[in-house]
Design a binder for this molecule. Structure first.
Ligand code: ADA
Length: 559
């Protein structure tokens, strides 16, 4: 499930494999399939366009009595979990993890059932017809864990530096599953140090946070050029000294700041160069095997990128693990794209955003690669009513994590009302594509708009620019739609932004072509029902712009 072993004591079993599947509606309703998990159901020829409900089933055999915790990394987009026919839990949003805990399961044969819905209706305020595709199914990995009477739900590692020495606060969330009051002790090791926490008494079923502060004299910083990673291994014991659980996290020592209108990692100014990337692939849909994720990062590295934006939702933790290992800087954002104020009035919007924000930050807290949290891409931040949501969500995230700067990508130009709320101002503008503007002039105008609307002194990122090109369509006319025109537009944008010292980051829209929903597209706007602004197509075949970016970002004289 991850690129490092998280448990040596806790028993875990992967549930990857084939699961029984039946769709609820349509001409194949009721027919049994054996579908791969993880996987998108659109990968099966009978289900290429299926939007609706379907049920996955798996037989689980247990050898001894235990509390079972099923951990789902992503089900798209709504899951209802049943165990032996009884309802256990429900989760909305394809792009964050959730668990289903069943206490005291007796040995024997059991059935796990996951009812999945990827339909578009009022109950779903974030997944809808859009300029990307909401696939269906259990799209990320699943495992089952056997728990004893207490477990470490998660830990947060918060690095800081004092008088040249790395320190960190470690906060562990511990849950007592038993009916008795018990004192638990946490001990561990990491980055050459022993980690000893105070004992803590927990009431029956109580969830508590155990905190310790430690100094790590041997630790080396995590930074793009040398992404040093360390394992923090924690063990939980009860009053009798019996080991009841363990958890390992992989962390890095680094501090992100925004001073003097620039972004710093460990006090060094950085310039972010990279792509917006949808988790979408012509063969795998949104359900990536590790090798395909690694390949995407290899291609980006080849083009000289140091960063990636997870537009427009939290990404698979395996992808983030790869970014940690390769020193990629990640802008991770919550799930929303282009919602107008009417859509933001959906009665589920507030709660569903709050959930995805909390899950994103708590679940991905320890990835050193994530250096920016973002919210609500291109939503109604140009209205007073929209501003209330931006303010609330930015405050929520700041409360969960005040160690990373916050931003949101805006296309409202001089009508933006929320720049004062963010730490970094970010613009989605498409000079040369949607309009004939000059990228340099537009970028200067954007700086002025930000300065006049609460963004003065804040770093600025060009968070989207680019152009559509049909893979293989080359023509001397260089008209719109050709690979030549796309390469020209990207080159002109990059030349303009590279020159401007006040630009702290540039994310090309986009890395790969992606599927969009048919309802979203006018006949010419999204030809082939894809957003074709990828510099590689959906099967990762490079277009001409690939070479252009590679030339630009591998130059020695870039700032
Ligand atoms: C927007 C949006 C992207 C994509 C892009 C485009 O800026 O954030 O999701 O739709 O436009 O291709 O037009």
């Amino acid at each position: 499930m991850r690129l490092f072993e998280q448990h040596q004591h806790r028993k875990i079993r992967s549930l990857e494999g084939t699961w029984d599947f039946q769709m609820q509606d349509g001409e194949h309703a009721g027919k049994h399939y054996l579908l791969p998990v993880p996987g998108c159901w659109e990968m099966h020829p009978d289900l290429l366009n299926y939007r609706g409900k379907g049920t996955y089933r798996k037989v689980i055999v247990t050898e001894r009595e235990a509390h079972l915790r099923f951990l789902f990394q992503g089900v798209s987009h709504t899951a209802e979990v049943y165990f032996d026919g009884k309802y256990v839990t429900r989760h909305y949003n394809a792009y964050t993890a959730f668990d289903a805990l069943i206490k005291g399961v007796s040995p024997g044969t059991h059935t796990l059932e996951v009812r999945v819905d990827n339909g578009f209706h009022e109950a779903s305020s974030l997944h809808m017809h859009n300029d990307y595709y909401t696939y269906g199914g259990i799209i990320r990995s699943v495992e089952v864990q056997e728990l004893e009477d207490a477990y470490i739900e998660r830990l947060e590692f918060v690095p800081s530096k004092h008088e040249g020495l790395w320190q960190a606060e470690i906060k562990a969330v511990v849950i007592n599953l038993s009916d008795q009051k018990k004192t638990f002790r946490l001990q561990g090791q990491g980055a050459g140090e022993s980690l000893d926490f105070e004992g803590k008494e927990l009431r029956p079923h109580e969830k508590a946070v155990i905190i310790g502060k430690f100094t790590f004299p041997e630790a080396k910083a995590w930074i793009h050029e040398s992404p040093n990673l360390y394992h923090i291994k924690l063990k939980l014991s009860d009053d009798q000294g019996n080991l009841v659980d363990d958890l390992t996290e992989r962390v890095g020592f680094r501090i992100i700041t925004t001073h003097r209108g620039r972004i710093q990692v460990n006090d060094q100014d950085i310039v972010l160069r990279g792509f917006n990337r949808h988790e979408d692939h012509g063969i795998f849909g949104a359900s990536f095997p590790l090798s395909a994720m690694a390949h995407d990062l290899d291609l980006m590295k080849e083009m000289g990128c140091n960063s990636v934006r997870t537009s427009h939702y939290p990404n698979d933790p395996l992808f983030l693990d790869l970014c940690d290992e390769r020193g990629f800087y990640v802008w991770e954002e919550n799930h929303a794209r282009g919602l107008n104020i009417e859509q933001m009035r959906n009665p589920n919007f507030i709660q569903q955003c709050e959930d995805v924000n909390r899950e994103m930050v708590e679940q991905h807290y320890n990835h050193p690669s994530i250096i920016i949290w973002a919210i609500l891409n291109e939503c109604a931040s140009n209205t007073e009513e929209g501003r209330v949501h931006y303010k609330r969500q930015l405050e929520q995230i700041r409360e969960l994590d005040d160690s990373r700067p916050l931003t949101f990508a805006s296309h409202h130009r001089d009508r933006e009302l929320c720049f004062d709320l963010a730490d970094i101002v970010s613009f989605n503008l498409y000079p040369g594509w949607y309009g004939p503007e000059d990228p340099g002039e537009l970028c200067d105008a954007a700086r002025r708009w930000a300065d006049e609307a609460g963004g003065f002194g804040k770093p600025m990122i060009m968070s989207e620019f680019g152009a559509d090109a049909v893979y293989g369509y080359r023509h001397m006319t260089r008209v719109k739609g050709t690979e030549e025109r796309q390469a020209d537009i990207i080159e002109q944008n990059l030349i303009a932004y590279e020159k401007r010292e006040f630009v702290s980051g540039m994310y090309i829209w986009q890395f790969c072509d992606c599927r969009v929903t048919e309802e979203e597209v006018g006949p010419l706007w999204r030809i082939t029902t894809q957003n074709l602004k990828g510099v590689v197509d959906t099967y990762r075949r490079p277009k001409l712009a690939f070479e252009t970016v590679k030339q630009m970002w591998n130059r020695d004289d870039k700032r």
